[in-house]
Design a protein around this ligand. Sequence first.
Ligand SMILES: *Cc1c(COP(=O)(O)O)cnc(C)c1O
Length: 650
Amino acid sequence: MEKQYPANAATESNAPWTVDDSERLYGVNDWGAGYFNISERGEVQVSVQRQGQSTSVSLLEIVQGMKERGMEMPAILRIENVLDQRIKELNEAFIRAIADVDYRGDYRGVFPIKVNQQCHVIEEIADFGRRFNHGLEAGSKAELIIALSQLRDNNSLIVCNGYKDAEFVDLGLYARQLGINCFFVLETPAELPIILERSKALGIKPLIGARIKSSVIVDGHWNEDSGDRSIFGLSTSALLDVVEQLKTAQMLDCLQLLHCHLGSQIPNIRNIRSGVQEACRFYAGLIAEGAPMGYLDLGGGLAVDYEGARTNSTHSMNYRLDEYCVNIVEAIVESLDPLQIEHPTIVTESGRATVAYSSLLLFNVLDVRNHDPRPLPETLPDTDHETLHNLFAVNSTVNERNFQECYNDALYYRDEIRELFRRGHVGLRDRALADNITLAVLDKIAKILKTIERVPPELENLPELLCDIYYGNFSLFQSLPDIWAIDQVFPVMPIHRLDEQPTREAIIADITCDCDGKIDRFISPQGIRNTLPLHSLNQDQEYYIGVFLVGAYQETLGDLHNLFGDTNVVSVKVNDDGSYDFVREFHGDSISDVLSYVEYDPKQMLEQFRRRAEQGVRDKIISASQRQKMLSAFKDSLQGYTYFEREAQD
Ligand SMILES: *Cc1c(COP(=O)(O)O)cnc(C)c1O
């Protein structure tokens, strides 16, 4: 159960607000994993390690740099150094664990392409990962093509999961012929005959892996996919069928890898350990059947602590990277040593934990709607309806003792006025006044609630009902689909003004006009809460918000809801001297791009509009030069960004 927390941003205190207060409020040090922190100037900065030195760059500065280069909000910002550092940390943690436990085998990481297929992300992983022989996992033909073109040496692995047709198999076999360690992992027994047939036809021997269904049920969001109900993997009997088929074909020597993926974002280390133990039993069983084996692939699942809570709740994790590696290595040693089985090469397919930290979504706030009551008149004229007078009287009597009664009275009278309005007995202005007096009452009650210990259950939601709505220039469906699809939480916070106390409590709405297009669950050091403390907007100054840890899954699952397209993307590399380079820039979709995705022909659309405008000229509604203006506005829009564009400001 999630607890409700009353709004706490605006609690009064006399000490001046400092960046440390912001740090605690938004929990940056808890979820930032050392990559993100707040500078003295009150701006979020990204910190990267270079030769033991830490270098920091302000995100606001990067946003200004983007603006100067014509890259408007919203935008995805990637920090290449963070991606490099994650790959390094993952590999070095396994290397350390292997040394500590005296493990006589290697580690080979593979990055699952599905987690972020963007070309420059994969290029960076292939490039930087090369020193660790970090490979790629492919789940489709398209992804295998990516892997074959991006990896450049034969020491890293390509692991092929997913259904494989003859064409897929041929590609993988040619890779074998080139000496590439390309494994076909069997998801179903039906795949094996295709592999055997193509192998025979081409005269190339495959490397085969078998994916098992683990019976370990894991905590977290993906627990339905684990255990016997998993839709992937071979049942134990099917695994034995595979062994028989391979024996018959005299190709049991090709079976060298056991694959076991327990699920994504596994928050509990005990599940991982149990999964490894069970996988080792299967591994040993296959050796007993006569397969050579050599590789134990434990899939993905290494979690990201989105909440920074270090617990086994869905969006957190109760272990550190080092612990993850040590637990795996130890569990293998404990399981296989008694059987005198050689230590296998350990493979993991960490996706989320590799890329989540390196991307963030940045957007500006377009507008704010609040529920602050407007100033009330001193008295109401005698001519006003009696119910309005009653409501007005409630407002002047609210105090610490009677607030619950006042709450009920106010809602009662407000509804009464609405009923009278419906029947035509009071007018528009009376109704507006009633709503406003009610807001004034609720506002007073909300302030009282902040000062008391026990909030009556019926009033628990009041602070949320009264919170502001900040309209952000982004589409949740395009850029943060997991918030909508699986109630994912990400760290969200302003990237500047953090030396100022945020005085508002808000939820964030996107610009899709869809009632699901909102963020209303936020991490906080006290747990998940339903509102986020934010600053009131300053006139003539943009307010920028960052959504962090979005490098995994978000970009590729996004859709074109309301035809908001891909956002701008920049990749930044931080240099040792604290300067940084925009190494890559990608302009997001134009309106014309998204229209053609749904089969419109922008040229034809322009022509159709031209005809209408020309008709206007013929009918003398507009002049020819007005027609020209209209057509160029139409053309400019077609070429423009799908998001809200501000005229030069700031
Ligand atoms: C999705 C997936 C992964 C990646 O999992 P993460 O939890 O992101 O590390 C790895 N292996 C397989 C087979 C997958 O389907």
